[in-house]
Design a protein around this ligand. Structure first.
Ligand SMILES: [Zn+2]
Length: 160
């Protein structure tokens, strides 16, 4: 290997290095521009760190937002129910969390259970079924905005 070839190799290596540095610095620049996207997440109600929208609960401390049902039709229209219990039950007889005096509602009609990472609605084998967004479902993991219908009652599932 002659000395002149060696110089070309070193020069070529330096050029590649400079190019790499330029690419890395540009990469971090675009990363900075993406920072406002953090605002799309919500602040943890406990440790205040930013939670990504895909997290049902805080990855840092385990805090999870509370949930509620806003009744938009039926005898409980205009009322709101916080889903604080492990299981919230809906039916036509006393003993349920939500008692609906409605002939279309079974005695023990449906329930909403706090599950790992969210809330799950389940039909308890009711006569007339449980509908979410117009679809009859035996079971469904609720997402904010879901409209749950039992008999003549409709409620919107929301996170606090
Ligand atoms: Zn937290």
């Amino acid at each position: 290997m002659s000395n002149s070839v060696l110089i070309y190799v070193i020069a070529g290596g330096a050029a590649v290095l400079i190019l790499a540095i330029l690419l890395i610095s540009r990469g971090s620049g675009s990363g900075g521009a993406a920072a406002p996207r953090k605002g799309a997440g919500r602040a943890c109600g406990n440790c205040k760190r930013t939670m990504l929208p895909t997290w049902p609960s805080c990855m840092f401390c385990g805090w999870a937002p509370g949930a509620k049902l806003d009744f938009i039709a039926g005898p409980m229209q205009g009322q709101s129910l916080q889903l604080t219990a492990d299981v919230t039950t809906i039916g036509s007889v006393a003993g349920n969390t939500v008692v609906l005096a409605d002939p279309a509602v079974s005695k023990k009609h449906a329930g909403i259970r706090k599950a790992e990472g969210g809330f799950e609605l389940a039909d308890f084998g009711s006569t007339n079924g449980v509908y979410v967004n117009g679809q009859k479902v035996p079971k469904k993991a609720l997402v904010p905005g879901d409209i749950v219908r039992v008999g003549n009652t409709e409620a919107v599932f929301k996170l606090d």
